[in-house]
Design a protein around this ligand. Sequence first.
Ligand code: ATP
Length: 270
Amino acid sequence: MIEITGLTHTYPDGREALAGVDLSVAAGEKVAVLGPNGAGKTTLMLHLNGLLLPTSGTVTIAGTALRRRTGAAHLAAVRRRVGVLFQDPDDQLFCGTVRDDVAFGPANQGLRGAELDARVAAALASVDATALADRAPHHLSYGQKQRVALAGVLALEPEVVVLDEPTSMLDPATRRELVAVLAGIGATLLVVTHDLPLALQLCPRAVILDAGRVVADGSTASLLADEALLAAHRLELPWGFDRALLSPGAITPGSITPGSITPGSITQGR
Ligand SMILES: Nc1ncnc2c1ncn2[C@@H]1O[C@H](COP(=O)(O)OP(=O)(O)OP(=O)(O)O)[C@@H](O)[C@H]1O
């Protein structure tokens, strides 16, 4: 589904944020993208739907390649397939009501009438935001905005969903509910996060990015169990984290339900 080869990105001021990234992700995989501040995670994410284009190298989504000089038709094809949830939901909420906001993308794709209404209702229900449909997005709390922004992404029924720090501002209950929603998504999922328990809960596979390169790629549990690897890349499990959760088979996709592991149960003191 995602094939990235030799991807470099240098910003106009000369800063090289990606220095040769190679990454393959199969359809339906859930992959966490970990790494210290400034590693290039957001820059990588912005290449997945062509918001940034490679300085060199190629990003191929379901067979459509994005290169330095990619045309509008290729960009549109990729953007139909890849939904991106930005770290700040205010970057993607702009309509007068939540319902209109969630409808915006599918309406742009040509959906109308009952079909559009059903798509919006299903997306809002999937993030437990049905009751917010008539509210003004700019009046919502941060966590509510984030759920509505996710509904807007899911309403497009993307094959790939990319999330940048989806839990950074959520209270524990909202976080737990979001994890359950994301665990149930059939799409290929890439999650950029500093929340290592989230990576473990949601993503069987993780990559560590540092200084613009992939420095580790493997099962999330095995990467998080490698204390030297974590220390080398400024990654830390939360205080009190139960290392038994890193044992093979301790977390399975089936164990993630709205009532399962919470950040509290993982980090509760020892
Ligand atoms: N628009 C920009 N212009 C110039 N440099 C940038 C720009 N955006 C990001 N950078 C630089 O590119 C590098 C990678 O930044 P990026 O935001 O991709 O890292 P990140 O891994 O997402 O970091 P964080 O965990 O802090 O969000 C950093 O050195 C950053 O300062």
